[in-house]
Structure formats: structure tokens, C-alpha cells
Design a protein around this ligand. Structure first.
Ligand SMILES: Cc1cc2nc3c(=O)[nH]c(=O)nc-3n(C[C@H](O)[C@H](O)[C@H](O)COP(=O)(O)O)c2cc1C
Length: 410
């Protein structure tokens, strides 16, 4: 796990429940309109994956118990964890890529309604992600996974000074690289191959040589729209499109997205697919259904999108008609720590991971409300552009007083 060079241990402030009178006067406990929906108060449980689904992506009793506990506190909104939009295996993550998932999800909605006496509005976050493989054993990588190309032979010839490598058989190249010193491996493999060796193979939205990645803009709008339709059928009050962290849609928004097909490069092109997905979802679920978005206020990685990009995206999302904007931060693969052999890289282990889920071992700023200035800047820009779209802030918010102060500051 990434750590600050000289971490400071902060203490979680002690707090008490506000009295009924204080709560009644507070902004936090005032009702709010999100799209066409009345929300009882402004407390919000953001999406959190507890890895409690079955291996096939169905809701389990453990999922129901987890959400029941949150719902008993009657938050204004509870967002159910990132739930996969495709009908593909994805471990114990909830799925919504087929109608067979609807009954379990309906049970989840009913559980939240019952436990909150109907006070909590329940949304579901819907997500698409690309393939991430486990870090391979070095021998296996060179024996099986690396695709040997002429480029490797040329570089081997250059690196060793022996021209015979230009004509070497594939097996000979594999055998040599398997036991070659790191310096030679580094000269011969390109950046992506080295990453596949050291972190595990990972697809990116810029892999246009992969047909299924190339066609993402063509297929994703309908996939998200169908998933949102199922959410509505299961009884959810709304959907949150997951455009944050390390996943497909965030990949399109990222400043690292240099696709040359009109869906990468400048901001206007990077936001194109996220807006097309929104339009397809909106057309499918109708104007009266809540459709929100979660995206990053800052990717917190080298060359990544920063606050000015997020401000642009926030205004465009509000203009398009999203009913709320939920801002997160970081959570990227690019700065993740190297996994152990046999494990998959986890996007919450680098500095961007810290910024996504700040803990008490922090810097002078501390973990509490760390994203507030960022989110406030996005909200201001959205308001100045003429939109009153509700904006959601998370990250180290632990007391009533703190939340109330943030809201009172506007
Ligand atoms: C266990 C866990 C799972 C999470 N899963 C998701 C998720 O599915 N989707 C998402 O957008 N954020 C996810 N997050 C991020 C949280 O929604 C939240 O933004 C973050 O934890 C910061 O808030 P906090 O300081 O109150 O924990 C997760 C966080 C945790 C701790």
C-alpha cells in the first residue's frame, strides 16, 4: 500500500448524534429533489463493493445483510455497489447484464425499503470494465504469453551485438529471454509487455488493435441502456453510471486516452462516448427516472485528467441532463503497486488509491474532507453555467458538524 513519506496519524474526531431540534434546523437533514425524485435528506452512502455476490454475480444473503445495516440508518440515498453491465463472469461482483439477475436485485431493493421504512432512496451503480489478468510467473510469461515478433529479434541482436538473433527460432528467443538479465529484458520488451510481465496483462481503451476495444463506442450505449432498464424493472429509484476510477468509461475521460477515432484526444472527444452512453440510457429509461454519474475530480496520476478537465466534464454532464454528479478522486491502475505473482493489480494501492479512499495515516491536510475544495470548484462551475444539478462529495466525512459546515459553505 502506498504511504506518504512521513505519514502523520490523525485522530477521528469524536462526535454525537445531533438532537432532533439541531437536525431539523440543519441543511444536511433538509429534503432535496434529485431529478423528479424527492429525497428525505442529504446523507448519502456511496457505492461500495463488499465482494459478497456469488461467483455468478447473484445477490446473496450476505449482500442483503450488508445493505440492510446501512438502510437501518435511513440515509437519504444509498447507492448499491458497482454492478457489471455485461453478461460475463466477474467474480463475486453483482451483475445486471441479463434479466435473470432482476429477481435478486428486486429483493435487495425491497430489503432497503423495509429496513429504512421507505425513507431511503436506492440507486445502483452500473459499471463496465476491461480485462485484467493476474501477474504471471516469469517462466510462464516467456514460455506462453509473450507474442514473439520480429521486433524482439532485432532488439536482441542489438542488445547482444549478435546479428544471428535476427533469424532465431521463436523457441530460442523465448528460452533466452526466460533467463536473460533484467537489463536485456528491459531493452527488448516494450512498455506494455514489461507491464504485462511485472503487473499482469491489462487491457486499455486505447488498445485499438483489439476489435472488442475498438468497437466499445458502438456497443456500450446499448449495453448500459439495457442494464439501466433492468435496474428500473428491479425497482431501483435510479442508476449511477460509473465513469470513475480504473474502469472503461473513466478510461475514455482520461487525459491518457489518445484514441484516434474521435473518442480520444481533446476533452470534447473524450467526453463523447460518456455522453452517448447517457443519451442511450436516458432514451431507454425515460425522463422521469433518475440517472446520475460518478466521475473523477482528479485522476491523481502523471499525465492524467486534472480539475480543469473535471470542471469541463461536470458542466457538460449537467448540460446533458444528468440528475446528479457524484465526484470521486484517483483509484487508478497506472500508479498501483506491483501485485504478488498470481494476484491481480489493484487500483487502490498507489497514491491515487490513497486519494480515493483516504485513511488516518496522512499528510498535514489529513484525510477529512480532503476532496471538498475540488468538489466545490466543480459545483461552482456547474452553478455558474446555469445548472442546479446536485453534487455529491465523499472522502473522510465523519461527523455531522463537518458535513453541515460543508453544506452551509455551499
Ligand atoms: C470497500 C470499498 C468499496 C468501494 N467500492 C466502490 C464502488 O463500487 N464504486 C465507487 O464508485 N466507489 C467505491 N468505493 C469508494 C467509496 O464510494 C468512497 O468514495 C470512498 O471510500 C471515500 O469515502 P470514505 O472516506 O467515506 O470511505 C469503495 C470504497 C470502499 C472502502
Amino acid at each position: 500500500m502506498w504511504k506518504f513519506p512521513k505519514p502523520i496519524r490523525h485522530t477521528i474526531p469524536t462526535t454525537r448524534w445531533p438532537s432532533a431540534q439541531t437536525a431539523a434546523k440543519s441543511v444536511l437533514f433538509q429534503p432535496l429533489k434529485i431529478g423528479s425524485l424527492n429525497v428525505e435528506n442529504r446523507t448519502w452512502v456511496p457505492a461500495m463493493v463488499p465482494w459478497r455476490a456469488t461467483e455468478d454475480g447473484f445477490v446473496t444473503q450476505a449482500n442483503l445483510d450488508w445493505y440492510r445495516r446501512f438502510a437501518m440508518g435511513r440515509p437519504g440515498v444509498l447507492v448499491v455497489e458497482a454492478t457489471g453491465v455485461r453478461d460475463i463472469p466477474s467474480g463475486p461482483l453483482l451483475r445486471i447484464g441479463h434479466d435473470r439477475f432482476i429477481p435478486g436485485l428486486r429483493q435487495l431493493v425491497n430489503t432497503v425499503r423495509e429496513a429504512s421504512s421507505g425513507k431511503t432512496r436506492v440507486f445502483i451503480q452500473i459499471i463496465d470494465f476491461l480485462a485484467v489478468k493476474r501477474r504471471p510467473e516469469k517462466d510462464k510469461y516467456f514460455e506462453r504469453f509473450l507474442k514473439i515478433k520480429q521486433r524482439h529479434r532485432e532488439l536482441l541482436a542489438e542488445s547482444t551485438g549478435d546479428l544471428i538473433w535476427r533469424y532465431a527460432a521463436e523457441e530460442t528467443v523465448r528460452e533466452f529471454l526466460r533467463s536473460a538479465p533484467e537489463t536485456v529484458v528491459e531493452e527488448v520488451l516494450d512498455k506494455r509487455e514489461l507491464e504485462a510481465l511485472r503487473f499482469g496483462y491489462r487491457e486499455s481503451v486505447t488498445d485499438l488493435h483489439l476489435p472488442h476495444v475498438q468497437e466499445l463506442p458502438r456497443v456500450l450505449p446499448a449495453i448500459f441502456a439495457d442494464a439501466a432498464g433492468r435496474a428500473r424493472e428491479a425497482g431501483f429509484d435510479g442508476v449511477e453510471l460509473h465513469y470513475a476510477h480504473a474502469y472503461t468509461m473513466a478510461g475514455f475521460l482520461s487525459a491518457l486516452n489518445n484514441r484516434k477515432d474521435g473518442y480520444g484526444g481533446v476533452r470534447e472527444h473524450r467526453v463523447r462516448l460518456p455522453l452517448e452512453v447517457y443519451q442511450a440510457v436516458r432514451e431507454h429509461v425515460g425522463d422521469d427516472y433518475v440517472v446520475g454519474v460518478r466521475f473523477l475530480g482528479d485522476e491523481v496520476i502523471e499525465g492524467g485528467s486534472r480539475l480543469d478537465d473535471a470542471i469541463y466534464f461536470g458542466v457538460e454532464f449537467a448540460r446533458a441532463g444528468f440528475d446528479f454528479l457524484s465526484i470521486s478522486k484517483g483509484g487508478k491502475f497506472e500508479d498501483a503497486q506491483q501485485p504478488k505473482v498470481g494476484q491481480a493489480v489493484y487500483p487502490y494501492t498507489g497514491q491515487s488509491g490513497y486519494e480515493c479512499m483516504p485513511t488516518v495515516l496522512s499528510d498535514e491536510t489529513g484525510p477529512f474532507g480532503r476532496s471538498v475544495p475540488l468538489v466545490a470548484a466543480i459545483k461552482r462551475a456547474v452553478n455558474i453555467a446555469g445548472f442546479q444539478t446536485p453534487v455529491v462529495v465523499t472522502g473522510g466525512l465523519t461527523t455531522f458538524e463537518q458535513a453541515e459546515q460543508i453544506l452551509q459553505n455551499g
